[in-house]
Design a protein around this ligand. Structure first.
Ligand code: FAD
Ligand code: DHB
Length: 396
């Protein structure tokens, strides 16, 4: 039996777990991470790409932003397209200079893992947590497996950063929270392709054939998404069909979409989910373990980072000032941003996806919103400030 002992036991080496570990190290608090999957698997998982200003600022403060600042691309605006008409929302003048940075989540995960290990941090890969015990005492325990051996991690606090399917949420007593869940009647087919982006900033598009998003990863790699049915399969989507559909949906006069070899295809369902309590005793949930937003607003990774910032602040207050107040307040403070992100993600999703027939009442409401963005600085500002992310002070 492997016995580990630390101050904060962290389950999961996604953005939430790794960022928490580094924030705690900065405060002189010990942590150990156990991760179900292999290091290769976690670092190859293709996911998000949009980092809010808050997220970039945290990575700068942790000294892990060198590659992000060099290879990531800072964007000062975003294009919105409706029925082939494209407009731009400029962030600078609407948000007082806040921006977003495009940098792949798997690159973030690589940078954080390297930094954690380089600083002597302990992390066990292929080590699934199997049970959480004693969360309501001051001697909580995480049971896990590693290389065929059973293990126990004794800790003061446990952070379940173990994603939607993890064991953290399942351990919360069912009478301490309420779950909210919406499943959308469409999914995203996401691709990565070896081709220079056909745009300098992201394009979100409504088209009568469905939603499309043009994002990017570098000067040579583009990331694009299209709305597909929930029961669709990547097997139905040849490279040729994908490029044809993207060109139609993203199209606007005088613009052409460059195409190239596609090297990654995957389908993601669209869901809003969250629990209105993220803690019990000495167990705290963070990131996708507690909430999922549809990806249209680019909020998931950023919410995970915001959660662990609050959690690390609470743990620092506990260890440095012997006060449990901030920890007691963790769910309440995190939930303010989560509700905001749920609303904005739902807004972006319902504005840009095809939900009903062209010309229907729902379509007319979508079009009315787009037409309003075009003429109202107030409405455009609402979108810009949510998209780049509100500062931490806004919810504290
Ligand atoms: P995860 O990244 O899921 O990490 C959880 C970790 O816990 C995993 O490594 C898992 O293996 C591990 N684990 C699970 N169970 C156990 C266990 N029992 N024991 C040990 N380890 C365990 N977000 C954005 O902000 N911007 C975007 O542009 C964006 N786009 C997206 C596009 C797509 C296609 C998808 C799928 C998601 C997107 N997201 C986006 C969401 C974002 O990727 C997630 O919100 C983010 O990964 C959450 O991080 P996390 O650390 O909470 O969870
Ligand atoms: C990306 C993903 C998103 O969901 C989004 O809203 C913006 C960008 C991306 O993968 O680059």
């Amino acid at each position: 039996m492997k016995i580990l002992k630390t101050q904060v036991g962290i389950i999961g080496a996604g953005p939430a777990g790794l960022t928490l570990a580094l924030l705690l190290r900065k405060q002189g608090i010990e942590a150990i991470i156990i991760e179900h999957r292999s290091r290769e698997y976690v670092q190859a998982r293709v996911r998000a790409g949009l980092l809010e200003q808050n997220t970039v600022d945290i990575y700068k403060s942790l000294g892990v932003a060198n590659r992000l600042l060099k290879e990531g691309q800072e964007h000062h605006g975003v294009y919105l397209s409706f029925d082939g008409q494209r407009i731009r929302i400029p962030f600078g003048e609407l948000t007082g200079g806040r921006n977003i940075t495009i940098y792949g989540q798997q690159e973030v995960v690589k940078d954080l893992t390297d930094e954690w290990i380089a600083g002597g941090g302990q992390i066990y890969f292929e080590a699934p947590a199997t049970k959480i015990e004693n969360f309501d005492t001051d001697n909580p325990k995480i049971y896990f497996e590693h290389q065929g051996e059973a293990g126990i991690m004794d800790c003061d606090f446990m952070a379940a950063c173990d994603g939607y399917h993890g064991i953290g949420r399942k351990t919360l007593p069912s009478d301490t929270f309420k779950e909210y869940s919406v499943t959308y009647p469409f999914s995203w087919l996401g691709i990565l392709a070896h081709v220079a982006p056909s745009t300098d900033e992201l394009i979100y598009a409504y088209h009568e054939r469905g939603f499309a998003l043009h994002s990017l990863r570098s000067d040579k790699i583009s990331r694009l998404y299209i709305q597909v049915d929930n029961d669709d399969s990547v097997d139905n989507w040849s490279d040729e069909r994908i490029w044809e559909e993207l060109a139609i949906r993203l199209g606007t006069e005088g613009w052409t979409l460059k195409t190239g070899p596609i090297f990654e295809k995957g389908i993601t369902p669209m869901r809003s989910f969250f629990t209105d309590n993220m803690q019990a005793g000495r167990l705290f949930l963070a990131g996708d373990a507690a909430h999922i937003v549809p990806p249209t607003g680019g909020k998931g990774l950023n919410l995970a980072v915001a959660d662990v910032k609050h959690l690390a602040d609470g743990l620092a207050e506990y260890y440095q000032q012997n006060s449990i107040n901030a920890l007691d307040n963790y769910s309440a403070i995190a939930l303010k941003r989560i509700w905001r992100a749920q609303d904005f993600s739902n807004f972006m999703t319902t504005l840009f996806h095809k939900q009903d027939e062209h010309g229907s009442f729902t379509y007319q409401l979508q079009k009315a919103k787009f037409d309003y963005i075009k003429v109202s600085k107030a409405y455009a500002t609402t979108i810009a400030e949510n998209y780049v992310g509100l500062p931490f002070e806004a919810f504290e």
